[in-house]
Ligand binder design. Structure first.
Ligand code: AMP
Ligand code: MG
Length: 413
């Protein structure tokens, strides 16, 4: 297997790919309503305490604990209600020996040190109020700064913004956020055998599935995608198309045409327009993956190039293993490690010269099961799978052995 010796280990390839790129630096200021999924470029620091004032956690009565004794409770002492504070109002200092009617979110008036829930208060005629229990210091008061203290960093730079982050930004008064621009990615699929869904299938054709999978994965990664459809298996066609888009994109992503067949023109096109830095990984599926760069027509810059294999499972898996971390770094995010858990195998398998990522899921007994058909053309294996089992090259696995299992959900964004 002389040719297998030239295969590059996945993690070596990945380190080299990541080492070649620098994160995008351009930023934009966007309204928080549009911030979901964007990558924060400048940390958000709170200028204020949240909440910014002590406020009531309940509808009830604010008071000074020192004004109420055990004997008052036993004797059902009636207290005057001297003030009413609703949310949005500002109150005045508590008059000694009185209660203050207060509602959830309203500022606790100066002097008050507890709020008693209205369920523990009975109103008498004339507006006097009787308490059925002794309040304790601090009861039902939400303290200023208990959520966020002024000066605290509430969202770190590099974070991909979630729904809650948008809420946190809003809660500290921020209407806009500074985010990195999205990576611009040109997507091409290659293959004369491809027919678009929605059209009749010609003899010898198959439906184009990679275009839709990759387009969706790129969107999930927060990219600005130019979905450029199918390229014919022809060197001039591929070369022209790649050259045309290089200047406008950070990355050109292709599927198919990177193997060793006579109709595999993508690698040659990239070599003619720039260079291939890596080709062929010691992984299964995904061996033909190629990485390089396509120069701008004026040679003053370049777009990165990643060529994924055409087989649907191979292109999907290599996207998750290699393109995703690449895009994370390009986007200004930390590159997330592949978290694997150790689980027991229910199967036997023996790998050869390449590390294998097998479509798997956990069964009811907590054992990892493999999809019966592991061919890289069987896309339904990916739909069935909930994870990938990562098995090193030249390894034999028997039922009961521990294997590394990577949840697909951890690889998706
Ligand atoms: P290639 O890498 O171009 O040699 O393609 C490998 C296999 O993947 C072939 O069986 C192709 O027909 C299939 N294939 C390539 N591109 C696609 C695509 N976009 N959608 C579905 N299958 C594809
Ligand atoms: Mg092809």
């Amino acid at each position: 297997m002389g040719s297998e010796k030239k295969l590059i280990e996945l993690d070596d390839a990945l380190s080299r790919m990541l080492a070649s790129i620098a994160p995008l630096t351009q930023t934009e200021l966007i309204p928080i309503q549009q911030a979901h999924g964007r990558v924060l470029a400048r940390e958000v620091r709170s200028a204020l305490n949240v909440p910014s004032f002590d406020n009531s956690a309940m509808d009830g009565y604010a008071l000074r604990c020192m004004d109420v004794s055990e004997a008052d409770i036993q004797n059902k002492k009636a207290f005057a209600v001297s003030q009413r504070i609703a949310a949005g109002d500002t109150g005045e200092a508590v008059q000694a020996g009185t209660l203050v009617r207060i509602f959830t979110g309203a500022p606790v008036p100066p002097g008050a040190d507890a709020v008693i829930q209205q369920e523990h208060v009975t109103l008498q005629e004339g507006g006097l109020a009787v308490l059925d229990r002794l309040p304790r210091f601090g009861d039902n008061i939400r303290r200023a700064g208990e959520d966020i203290e002024a000066g605290a960093v509430v969202i770190e730079a590099g974070k991909r913004l979630s729904t809650v982050d948008i809420g946190v930004a809003a809660s500290v008064g921020q209407a806009e956020l500074e985010v990195f621009r999205r990576p611009k990615v040109a997507l091409f699929v290659t293959g004369d055998e491809l027919t678009e869904p929605g059209h009749p299938l010609k003899p010898g054709s198959i439906y184009n599935s990679n275009r839709y999978v990759l387009n969706d994965l790129l969107h999930q990664m927060g990219c600005d995608v130019s979905d450029l459809g199918i390229l014919q298996d022809s060197l001039p066609v591929v070369q022209d198309a790649l050259q045309q888009v290089a200047q406008e994109h950070d990355l050109i992503l292709t599927s198919g045409g990177v193997s060793v067949g006579e109709e595999d023109h993508v690698k040659q096109a990239v070599t003619n327009l720039g260079r291939i830095e890596l080709w062929k990984l010691a992984v299964k599926p995904g061996k033909p993956l190629a990485f390089g760069q396509v120069n701008w027509p004026d040679e003053k810059g370049h777009a990165w190039f990643i060529g994924l294999p055409g087989n649907p499972v191979a292109s999907f898996v290599t996207f998750l293993l290699a393109v995703r971390p690449f895009l994370q770094k390009l986007s200004g995010r930390p590159v997330s490690p592949r978290h694997a858990v150790q689980l027991q195998a229910s199967f036997s398998v023996k790998t050869k010269e390449r590390r294998e990522f097998l479509r798997a899921r956990m069964n009811d007994d907590g054992l990892v099961e493999l999809y019966p058909n592991q061919s890289s053309g069987v896309l339904t294996s990916m739909a069935w799978a909930q994870g990938l089992v990562d098995i090193p090259a030249r390894t034999e696995v028997h039922p009961g052995d521990q294997v590394s299992y990577i949840r697909l959900s951890e690889l998706s964004t």
